[in-house]
Write a protein that binds this ligand. Structure first.
Ligand SMILES: Cc1cc2nc3c(=O)[nH]c(=O)nc-3n(C[C@H](O)[C@H](O)[C@H](O)COP(=O)(O)OP(=O)(O)OC[C@H]3O[C@@H](n4cnc5c(N)ncnc54)[C@H](O)[C@@H]3O)c2cc1C
Ligand code: FES
Ligand code: FES
Length: 1336
């Protein structure tokens, strides 16, 4: 059927099922994705938006399809953000709401994830639940490997994954203890051993879980099954406003359509086309969906190979290849195995489930993991067009340069033939990515060699690389030149030389990392050489030598392992009443609702009558004058209502420091210039594209180096000094000087910034629902902007989907932007940032540059240190003044440096303004200090731990700013950590391993920590609470703290329960609001639970006191009786609690003061293994000891420690923000910016809360541990440092060296200098324009 005929019949009805309910969509829009359809149309908001590009898994749903011929039902997980609704005809969709809810019955996956404490902010939880649910539908008793594979495509920024895995492991048949045979002890044995010490290792009780009963699951809708069986296959046409979707039923129709619409993409998984449409604004008037055509779905095993239809999903391909490999002799399956090697880590499970083989090939992306293997394996493509069919070798497409012309736009890829490998043929696949799983490769390769029978003489050779050029590239001439050569070292040398000449990568190549990628080109080749050599040796040991012992370690790839963990904390006193929840590992108050998707976040709030959607126009220049803003075309876009600019702000446009809407000038790329409001989010975005801004460029300052050169700073230099620095240097045996650069970090909270502003229509009142850590600030800025009193602005925050400091200051500006639009239009405004906008606009952790001069004695005593620190603050002050204060105040970390001078400056640049981030400067200054400590160790030749021990604070001391400090627990943590981690014996084992392995090295490091909790001013520690008791006895607690996932509400309920002496079930918490608690202080600084806890305690104690006479009169009465009586007696059942705050008063004029209320100590020991050829590393084991004994909730606190630690591992080893030389941020989503995933947590992960340590000033002797764990992530950094040091020593690279942060594969590889790093061409700085600049 041609399109006109189809149109004549009118567009088809789209039919699919959601959670068993039939959906008939008469006007299906091909541009609409399932995610927005679920959330906005069906109001199923359990499925979350995290990135919109398939990279985070927050939107995971399960898709079920029925195949009428085989009568098979297939269930698979998929990313709703990438699924066009038109692709779902005849499919069944299951969302998190469909598998269980609190009103009916919760599903065991939901229950176990929640009860194992697998949710903190809960924003990733529905996605996790659905990935696991889809796995269980196919494998009710999954293996550990299947679980890690199923979760590889789901990101969590809060938990560090450990508790999520704990929940999932309970479904495994395999036992979920550590299985360690180390010293004859496994974790269960340890549990016994520790029992006598009133110590617990249990955070949940598996006994209370309901069993998984597969018969209780949703069945595939029978009606859909009948429909699929009985319906004749016909072309379907869905007509949207701008796009037509055509799904032909036969190949013939498809070819006709393709002839008619040669530019129309064939969309199968939409994983390539979808992101281009969304992020690059590509528009396709016609989309063709070939997925239903049988020819494109064939799976045929032939005598000489396998033929797979182009529409086969990568998951199906993986299954077919796995089965075939198990059935055929190894000799025949080398290409299949190479493909499986890539498929194992290609995308996440959800991506593999929907993306097609044909799509991967035909996109011809440089990052395709399959094309290099398919090309080198001489796979052939079956292409068809109306003119006929032909077979073409994939290698021809790539071998003839960028041979894109080989394919015509009318041609369709029908199937791919993958041949069997032959005798004497060897095929291998290589890839290296920023993260081992679910990350596009930095570079990859497919290599194949064929030898003359019975010899090592090369007959045929093929090498294809990905990630090097604009598409897959072939080293054709190199391979040709090597034919006839023996497989030996001379051949390898020649091959490396030739390949570097042929496959050249210019210094300015997009993607950067140029020298690293060049090194990978030859490193992969070397790996292949050894692999083949080893195979030749195994085939004929007499003729072919084995690879030397030295090189053996090259060939052992890191194998994923299910992480094992242990958490040890002090149990509550046995005399504590069972109903008193304080000190117990109570589940997060909203845990179950997180897991069922019922927990509401800002953008989940139902549509408000007449609401409009807002999208922002941001500056494309780092520094420029705004000459004109032309909005005329934007206003012509259908359903665009208005454009809002700085001129529309009736009051104050932001703060003194930062404008909400840019006026006259822009000071960074990403600054908000104006906003378009429309009746839909899509229309608002289209309006944004039409706004034209004319700029007059001004000179930008982007880097710290530039800022220093131009004297561009915020505020004055901050300085503290103790002792006599000059004398200190005089008494040193040696002095070293050096510097370090530490990159920034994106918050990457899973919930992007979101605000809903609703004018109340009376007295200028406005409700502002906002995802923030500081509702009072939002209220203040909105009131100022609208020129109304704060009392008219009501801010509400129910919960926040992760914040980590990123929602301290920025949400107020987003709220102002929305409120001004609401004020102008008189209508409610919804403003939810897309992930790329959020990353572009909001800034992150400050990039850092530090210079040191350190004097020390030969026995490792540091006598003096002169420290200079600089942070890249970006374009406005924001929190940078405080951050630099903390950098300076916390530089000493755990060390007593008798003569110390620390100076710090916040650099003003034209980058998006950096802001608060967990740890607030300490993660940078602490790492800096540990780096020069490590350098002192290298210089003295003494063990690093000795230098740390010698210089560590001991007993009662004074900090450099003269605050008293009792370091007893610091030393205790250090010693416990040494012991628990078996540091010395493992250090010996590491050294032994390193002697035996040339290309793999292990490293181990132990790092102490002194973390100062809270703020350096009393005012920031005040808190208030409001507690009501209703006449039925139920209690409503409100306080000024905001639930960010850190469990503050759970702790407040525990406190209220203890203080009022009522069961936890009586106490409820609804939201944080400026109506109930005014002027609340920002929830940050690890102090939120401390101070709000005191306020809640105070309110409850007041109430209890009021009730006392009644209780005393009727001591045997019930709570309800007392409350009724109190009401009868007109006793007020509502009380305000207040806490004036811990005293803190830093005086910068004198450089002295009580800067922080108290300290938390800790230590962590980590062990890693690095691959010296690729720079890859794996985290083997981490032991953390934290001085947080009397935890209000050990599950919450251990969760914070682990989550922060993993975030620290991200900061120090993988997360890289990249900027162009023009100041444009490249890293705007999870595709380009990698946070740790399940594969990155240590294989053994142990957390131990130091017992019997009291904190006299905080509530119930607890300590705030929200941030402290992050810094301990640097134990992984220094373990890598240790491994790199071992490499360098072995290679004869003596002397000190510096490693900058993060220690990415690139930095690790390039630090392991060897022949390969030496042989690559190097570009002289200044001779080319680099793709990215170093802003630190
Ligand atoms: C989060 C994420 C992670 C990823 N990670 C990786 C990774 O690690 N490694 C990797 O290699 N890839 C990765 N990818 C890319 C992914 O594998 C490809 O996008 C996918 O294979 C394309 O298949 P598709 O069916 O989704 O293509 P679609 O987006 O549906 O189509 C892609 C293109 O192929 C063309 N096309 C499709 N089928 C045919 C056909 N039969 N004949 C002619 N043209 C056709 C279309 O016209 C279109 O231009 C990732 C993608 C995402 C979103
Ligand atoms: S929102 Fe779909 S994967 Fe991130
Ligand atoms: S709980 Fe996973 S992102 Fe917050």
């Amino acid at each position: 059927m041609s399109l006109p005929a189809a149109r004549a019949a009118g567009p088809d009805e789209l039919i699919f099922y959601v959670n068993g309910r039939k959906i008939v969509e008469k006007n299906a829009d091909p541009e609409q994705m399932l995610l927005s359809y679920l959330r906005k149309r069906l109001r199923l908001t359990g499925t979350k938006y995290g990135c919109g590009g398939g990279g985070c898994g927050a939107c995971t749903v399960m898709i079920s399809t029925y195949e009428p011929v085989s009568k098979k039902i297939r269930h698979y997980s998929a990313n709703a953000c990438l699924l066009p609704i038109c692709s779902l005809h005849d499919f069944a969709v299951t969302t998190v709401e469909g598998i269980g809810c609190t009103k009916t019955r919760i599903h065991p996956v939901q229950e176990r994830l929640a009860k194992c404490h697998g949710s903190q902010c809960g924003f990733c939880t529905p996605g996790m639940v659905m990935s696991m649910y889809a796995l269980l539908r196919n494998h009710p008793e999954p293996s550990m490997e299947q679980i890690t594979e199923a979760l590889a495509g789901n990101l969590c920024r809060c938990t560090g994954y450990r508790p999520i895995l704990d929940g999932c492991k309970t479904f495994c048949k395999e036992p979920f203890c550590c299985q360690s045979k180390e010293n004859g002890n496994c974790c269960l044995d340890r549990e016994d051993k520790l029992k006598g010490e009133k110590i617990s290792t249990k955070l949940f009780s598996a006994d209370e879980f309901q069993p998984l009963d597969p018969t209780q699951e949703f069945i595939f809708p029978p009606e859909l099954m009948t429909m699929t069986e009985n319906q004749p296959k016909r072309t379907l046409v869905f007509q949207g406003e701008r796009t037509t979707w055509i799904s032909p039923a036969s190949l013939k129709e498809l070819l006709e359509l393709k002839a008619k619409y040669p530019k129309a993409p064939l969309v199968v998984g939409n994983t390539s086309v979808g992101p281009e449409m969304k992020f690059k604004g590509v528009h396709h008037p016609v989309i063709i969906s070939p997925a239903r055509i049988l020819d494109l779905n064939v799976v045929r095993s032939t005598d000489n190979g396998l033929t797979l239809g182009a529409a086969c999903s990568l998951a199906a391909m993986k299954d077919v290849l796995t089965n075939t490999v198990s059935e055929l002799p190894g000799e025949k399956t080398k290409i299949f195995r190479a493909l499986l090697h890539q498929l194992k880590t290609l995308g996440g499970q959800q991506i593999r489930n929907i993306s097609s083989l044909g799509g991967n090939i035909m996109s011809r992306k440089s990052t395709s993991d399959l094309n290099p293997i398919l090309a080198v394996g001489n796979c052939t493509l079956n292409l068809a067009s109306r003119e006929g069919t032909r077979w073409i070798s994939l290698s021809d497409i790539f071998a003839n340069g960028v041979g894109n012309n080989t394919l015509t736009p009318e041609e369709v890829l029908v199937s791919v033939h993958i041949p069997h490998s032959r005798k004497g043929e060897f095929v291998s696949a290589f890839r290296q990515a920023q993260r081992r799983e679910n990350a596009l490769p930095i570079a990859n390769a497919g290599m194949r060699v064929l030898f003359a029978e019975g010899t090592d003489i090369i007959m045929d050779f093929g090498i294809f690389y990905g990630g090097i050029g604009s598409t897959t590239v072939c080293a054709k001439q190199t391979c040709r030149a090597l034919i006839g050569r023996h497989w030996n070292e001379q051949m390898l040398d020649e091959a490396c030389r030739l390949v570097l000449k042929e496959v050249s990568l210019p210094g300015s190549a997009p993607g950067g990392k140029v020298e690293y990628r060049r090194t990978l080109i030859v490193s992969f080749l070397f790996k292949f050489y050894l692999e083949v050599l080893q195979s030749l040796n195994r085939m004929d040991p007499h003729r072919c030598p084995d690879i030397s012992e030295k090189h053996g370690s090259v060939l052992q790839d890191f194998q994923p392992k299910m992480p094992q963990s242990e958490q040890i904390y002090q149990e509550v006193n046995p005399e504590q009443l069972p109903r008193d929840p304080v000190g117990r590992p109570i589940m997060h108050q909203a845990g179950i609702k997180h897991a069922t998707g019922e927990a509401l976040y800002c953008d989940d709030i139902r549509a408000v009558d007449e609401e409009l959607f807002l999208a922002v126009v941001t500056s494309s220049r780092a520094h420029a004058k705004i000459v004109t803003i032309d909005v005329s075309e934007a206003l012509k876009v259908p359903r665009v209502v208005d454009v809002v600019t700085a001129e529309d702000v009736p009051g104050k446009n932001g703060t003194e420091d930062e404008q909400a809407y840019a006026k006259d000038e822009v000071i960074c790329v990403g600054q908000i210039v104006c906003a378009v409001v429309a009746e839909s989010a899509v229309q608002a975005k289209r309006g944004v594209e039409k706004v034209k801004i004319e700029y007059e460029d001004l000179e930008p300052i982007l880097t710290i180096e530039d800022a220093i050169k131009h004297n561009s700073y915020f505020g004055k230099e901050k300085k503290i000094e103790q002792g006599n620095i000059e004398e200190g240097f005089k008494s040193a045996d040696e002095i070293i000087e050096g510097e370090i650069h530490i990159g920034g970090q994106e918050h990457f909270y899973l919930e992007t910034n979101s605000v809903l502003v609703v004018p109340r229509g009376e007295d200028n009142e406005m409700d502002v629902h906002v995802s923030t850590q500081d509702a009072a600030r939002v209220q203040e800025l909105v009131a100022l902007a609208l020129d109304v009193q704060s009392s008219k602005i009501m801010c509400h925050t129910k919960r926040v989907g992760g914040a980590f400091g990123g929602k301290v200051t920025k949400p107020a500006f987003f709220a102002v932007v929305a409120a001004v639009a609401a004020n102008k239009t008189g209508r409610p405004i919804r403003f939810t940032l897309e992930r790329d906008e959020d990353m572009l606009i909001t800034g992150g952790r400050h990039p850092f540059y530090g210079k040191y001069k350190v004097g020390f004695t030969n026995d490792g005593r540091i006598t003096a240190a002169d420290i200079e620190s600089y942070i890249n603050a970006g374009c406005t002050l924001d929190e940078s003044g405080l951050v630099i204060d903390y950098v300076v105040l916390k530089t000493d970390n755990a060390y007593k440096i008798p003569n110390l001078r620390v100076r710090g400056r916040a650099c003003k640049t034209n980058l998006p303004s950096n802001t608060a981030f967990r740890g607030f400067g300490f993660p940078q200054s602490g790492l800096f200090t540990e780096s020069w400590i490590a350098t002192v160790a290298t210089q003295t030749g003494l063990p690093h731990e000795k230098i740390r021990e010698i210089n560590m604070y001991k007993g009662v001391n004074l900090t450099p700013f003269k605050e008293e400090l009792d370091a007893t627990n610091l030393v205790k943590c250090w010693k416990e950590c040494m012991e628990k981690s078996e540091y010395y014996s493992r250090k010996t084992a590491v050294e032994e391993f390193n002697k035996q392995n040339y290309w793999k090295k292990k490293g181990i490091a132990i790092i102490p920590m002194k973390f100062s909790v809270g703020f350096n001013a009393t005012l920031y520690h005040q808190a208030a609470a409001l507690v009501h008791i209703y006449t039925d006895g139920s209690v409503l607690v409100t306080h000024g703290g905001i639930e960010l996932g850190q469990g503050i509400h759970t702790k407040m309920l525990q406190i209220a329960s203890r203080e009022l002496k009522v069961p936890l079930s009586y106490v409820h918490l609804c939201e944080t609001s400026t109506i109930t608690v005014p002027n609340a202080i920002v929830t940050a600084g690890s102090i939120g639970s401390d101070v709000n806890g005191k306020a809640v305690q105070n309110a409850c104690q007041i109430l209890r006191k009021r009730l006392e006479p009644i209780i005393n009169k009727n001591p045997e009465g019930k709570w309800e009786d007392w409350i009724t009586e109190a009401h009868q007696q007109s006793v007020s059942l509502s009380a305000t609690g207040y806490f004036r705050g811990y005293v803190a008063n830093m005086n910068w004029d004198t450089g002295e003061g009580q800067a922080f209320p108290y300290f938390v100590f800790g230590a962590a020991c980590s062990e890693v293994e690095i691959d010296c050829l690729t720079g890859d590393h794996k985290n083997i084991r981490t032991d953390i000891v934290m001085d947080a004994c009397f935890s209000i909730n050990p599950a919450v606190d251990i969760g914070q420690i682990e989550g922060a630690f993993v975030q620290g591992v991200g900061l120090y080893t993988m997360e890289e923000i990249k900027f162009s030389p023009e100041g444009e941020q490249y890293t705007l989503g999870p595709d380009a910016y990698k946070i740790p995933a399940v594969c990155d947590i240590p294989e053994q992960f142990r957390v131990y809360l130091l017992p019997n340590s009291r904190n006299p000033i905080a509530i119930y002797s607890s300590k705030g541990v929200g941030e402290a764990g992050l810094f301990l992530g640097c134990s992984v950094f220094f373990a890598i440092w240790d491994a790199v040091a071992a490499v360098r020593k072995e290679r004869g690279l003596t002397g000190t060296f510096t490693l900058n942060s993060p220690l990415t594969p690139e930095r690790i590889r390039m630090a392991c200098g060897d022949n390969f790093t030496e042989m690559i061409p190097k570009d002289k700085p200044g001779t080319y324009k680099p793709w990215a600049i170093d802003i630190a």
